[in-house]
Design a protein around this ligand. Structure first.
Ligand code: ASP
Length: 351
């Protein structure tokens, strides 16, 4: 159904498995090929008009930070029309947690933005994309989903972007928030129930298009890790490093010494954890998290490496000072939920 002058949902298609099929050339690899219109057609006749915009057609493992910012710009552009009820973004599941979180950090509108995708390709005998998309459209059109920021809707569950993680490579229930509850659910008939109180922070400014490119990298910590990877990242111009540290955020004395040097040189180092749930807690000495903090590393709280890196990349791009970066990780790391001070815009809701 295409929009007339009645309220409608915008579908921004970016690629991913939901748009993919087995290629006849290229060695039979699965490639993102379908247009947004083709994806929408698989959902059948819906009850709400949908306008399709093809933003890009890529596997999400190919995306750059610039691509992610361009998806966010398309979201803002879609929301310029007051007749738009909400926006659905079809996206590869591999990096949905990064793009959806970036979009959430920049989102300043009560209308829902809903990311979805698929685990099975469009040419699978029993694809999950059509059902996921049908449900995401229902969430985007729902008044109940307003004010919850950017959401990930997948296999009937709805998650806030912050904290959403891809938790399985193949299961249809691909997403979870291991540190929290889903924000809601959407039924097979498209009925949406939201059951959490949204925790919102003030949106961050949108980086200017001509802004200087920054580089932020994730460095893995493991038994016997030395500083070679961290130094390699710095040698190619990283201005921010997220440590995927062990346990509640630990490394070793060699890494701590490298963090001291990096911090002294103005590099921002953040400690996250390679564990899928739970906060970073600066507790241990002998190269553990307490020493990392003393060396200058900022604890990421509950933010896992993918989203900690996304936040750090954005803050560096915005040229935030180190104290400002610390403040954002402290608040958005989720250890202080009462620090949330966001209040929704008071502009009238249409539709
Ligand atoms: N497996 C991924 C997907 O679900 C591939 C990608 O992220 O594009 O789309």
């Amino acid at each position: 159904m295409t929009p007339t002058n009645s309220p409608y949902v915008v579908l921004l298609a970016t690629g991913g498995t939901i748009a993919s099929r087995t290629s006849t050339n290229d060695g039979g690899a699965t490639l993102a090929e379908d247009t947004g219109a083709a994806i929408l057609q698989t959902t059948g006749q819906g009850t709400v008009p949908v306008e399709v915009v093809d933003v890009m057609r890529k596997g999400s493992y190919q995306l750059t930070f610039a691509d992610m910012l361009s998806i966010c710009a398309s979201i803002r552009q879609a929301l310029n029309d007051p007749l738009v009820l909400g926006v659905v973004v079809t996206h590869g599941t591999d990096t949905t947690e990064e793009t959806a979180y970036l979009a959430d950090l920049l989102h300043r509108d009560p209308r829902p933005v809903v990311f979805t995708g698929a685990q099975r390709a469009a040419d699978h005998a029993d694809p999950d994309g059509p059902d996921n998309l049908r449900k995401a459209i229902a969430v985007a059109a729902s008044r109940d989903a307003r004010g919850h920021g950017v959401l990930v809707s997948f296999a009937g569950k709805i998650f806030p972007a912050a904290g959403a993680q891809k938790v399985h490579t193949a299961n249809l229930q691909a997403f979870d928030n291991p540190d929290g509850e889903p924000a809601g659910a959407v039924s097979d008939t498209g009925s949406v129930s939201m059951h959490s109180v949204p925790l919102r922070f003030d949106p961050l400014p949108v980086p200017a298009p001509e802004v200087e490119a920054h580089r932020a990298d994730i460095v893995a910590i493991y038994p016997g890790a030395d500083a070679a990877l961290l130094k390699a990242a710095l040698s190619v111009g990283s201005s921010g490093i997220v440590l995927a540290a062990t346990g509640n955020g630990n490394a070793n004395p060699v890494i701590c010494a490298a963090v001291t040097d990096a911090t002294a040189a103005g590099i921002v180092v953040v400690t996250s954890t390679r564990v899928h749930a739970g906060p970073v807690l600066p507790v241990y000495g002998n190269g553990g998290g307490k020493d990392l903090q003393a060396a200058g590393a900022i604890p990421a709280g509950l933010l896992k490496p993918s989203q900690a890196r996304t936040l750090l990349h954005l803050l560096l791009t915005l040229k935030m000072s180190r104290p400002q970066i610390e403040k954002h990780f402290f608040q958005r790391g989720g250890l202080l939920p009462h620090a949330a001070t966001y209040s929704l815009p008071t502009t009238p809701l249409k539709g």
